[in-house]
Design a protein around this ligand. Sequence first.
Ligand code: ADP
Ligand code: ZN
Ligand code: ZN
Length: 817
Amino acid sequence: MQHFIDVILPVPLERLFTYSITQAESEFLKAGMRVAVPFGKSKIYTALVFKVHQQQPVAYEAKEIHQILDDAPIITQTQLTHWQWISEYYLCTLGDVLRAALPNSFLLESETIITKNNDKTINDADLKDEEFLVYEALHHQSSLKLHDLISILDKKNVFPVINSLLDKDAIVLQEEVYEKYKPKLVRYVKLNSQHSESGKLQDLLEELSRAPKQRDVIMTLFSISAQTKKPIKVSELSEASDASPAIIKSLIDKEILTEYHLQEDRVAYSGDPNEASKTLNIHQEKALREIQQSFEKYNITLLHGVTSSGKTEVYVKLIEEVISTGKQVLYLLPEIALTTQLVSRLETYFGGKVAVYHSKYSSHERLELWNNVLENQPKAQIVLGARSSIFLPFHNLGLVIVDEEHETSFKQFDPAPRYHARDAAIVLASLFKSKTLLGSATPSLESYYNVKQGKYGLVEITHRFNDVMMPDIELVDIQDKRKRKRMTGHFSDRLIEEMTEALRVGHQIILFQNRRGFSPIVECTTCGHAPQCPNCDVSLTFHQFKNELRCHYCGYYTAMLKNCMACGSVELDTKGFGTEQVQDEAQELFPEHKVGRMDLDTTRGKFGYDKIITAFEQKEIDILVGTQMLTKGLDFRNVKLVGIMNADNMLNFPDFRALERSFQLMLQVSGRAGRTDERGKVLIQTYNPHHRILHQVSTNNYAEMYLEQMDERHNFKYPPVYRLIKITLKHKDYNKVNIGAEWYATGLRQVFKSHILGPEFPPISRIRNQFHKNILVKIPPQQSLSKTKKAIVKINNSFLSIKEFRSVRVILNVDNF
Ligand code: ADP
Ligand code: ZN
Ligand code: ZN
């Protein structure tokens, strides 16, 4: 009988590929192990075994695998099932999912180095034939690699031999990855054994009598080790004895001290929990009970709790319960970088059990966490992470929490898989027969609709913690203020009044403006020309600090112009304003106070956010200007005033979710005000003080916003009533995109008759020199989703098989955000 494996290759090709394997390999290989396989003319890829079977492929001759890379699966069966769901639901390949899921270092080939164990003498007679061959080879060569063994033994599955040699203590293994993976090592020292015998110490101290500093080091070492009986770090010793590392080095050189290294986890956190979780107040207590009851009936429950109602403390109680049963918890957050506060809060309760999966971590750090989760280690029992943490190899996931579930950043935009982490996490939890808790002060229409449809349970907290009142929200008509000359730059007299008062009594202020840079448009007052990005169809944003014009779509930048490019006039005017301008104006209005800024431009780098958040917490900043980064779950105790500089650019954004988004953003940023005792104040500046959404924000009326927005979604056939698949065609040739999109839409209309919108150019139709054209497929509630997707895939395949369209990039985005 012949044996085969189907593998997932990390390439965007639709199907799995079949390779042939031997009988022995088929007994060894399991789904979820990696193999190296030849692909294409001469490439070797790391592939993942999906299935072991006996069916010869019909269309092609199966090639042999190159090498087996794991001796146990690194991907669980549950993950493979989850990946399949993602690939089917979001119309992408398993290869796309594989790429997104695995830390990069897994896709490199792992090289195991085998050396002889010199501490043990092995009698040749105790070795089987194959073991002997390997052992014999190690007499001639100090180390062997996997592929050496493969040629020595003339077979690909060499792990059983390695394992039995390991059992006999004949060899030692060293794992090394091509991209050098080095666990972080910490330097330790101990006394050289010849000095540590009793009686020898006195001699040593005498010997060092003329080097008092070195002598001190030895004394300190002795007293520490007498107390702790633990290994002693060089850094620790240097600090305790007040000796420079150079002095310790000289003791090592003299062979009085011996240096050694121990591995330390990169992503290690301060050891033990140091605080019991908080006692819940009656509203939280009630919510906790209701959630537990709700879970008896529903797999998914939405916790709708106003800002600062203490949702986090409720999550903490649920987590305590789940981890006491030994199960794992996944706590999803929209942007991990913004949640330093939450991380340290959870660490005080759960200590080293909290692990963070961070997009800014290196792939090695992620690999470490991956292995900890895979091995079900206590130190990764609670995983806190942004969207990609749904790909971790959980073993017995007991609970998923999705905090700020309304955040659109849970949806991956580019590249494929274009998944929604909240929805994919719900599916993941269901594979473990576990529950999901969604939490928000401003739930997405999608989730609330699911509650109304009877799919999710609902629990509410309507009181803020300590019964602090919801902030007082006041709308300021800036059209009127302009007319009456009550504006100073972009600040109304009301805002200046409130700011002056807040600063006088020592409160902090947040100013929200949803645009970065200084001003988004530079215009010539003589001819009206506005400088555009050469690669995209957008005006360049002026950044005053660097005196540059920048494109926010492709990153293009150039020095600010002195003259109009069209007519040469020197009279250039700026229109619109961003965070940079707000910061400048605020500083001018309040010169004695410190004004800070938090946006994409000020938070680059691994700890960019932390620095600003900490400075604000420490009151080193009085006024913090920022973009929507400020809205996400931050807890600043001393902020009493929030100013929203301009509500209109949010409300007028061309997107069917714009009003829902505006409501969420404004309420979330308002929620940063007055979180402790006194009532907070929020000022919203707008040209449309009668806008319905602004009234709903100022009265915190989620229910009304929901009903009105759902009406619109019904009328215009948008989610969550209809489902949406957005098809985007991209090409640098304008005509190709146009003709291609027409062809595609015609194909769709033949199948679906109605509910196809477009093709249409988006508001920004060219980005990075690529023209974009969109087609929207709206799927009525009663229409089968899977049949619809099948039809789309079919049309897509025929489209891509037409020669002239082959170079057009097609992007399928399911549940477009
Ligand atoms: P939310 O996530 O609902 O906006 P938080 O969980 O951040 O609210 O809670 C708001 C504030 O109230 C935090 O500073 C938190 O420490 C405090 N808090 C919440 N619940 C309790 C409690 N039971 N005991 C003491 N302080 C609490
Ligand atoms: Zn001009
Ligand atoms: Zn650009």
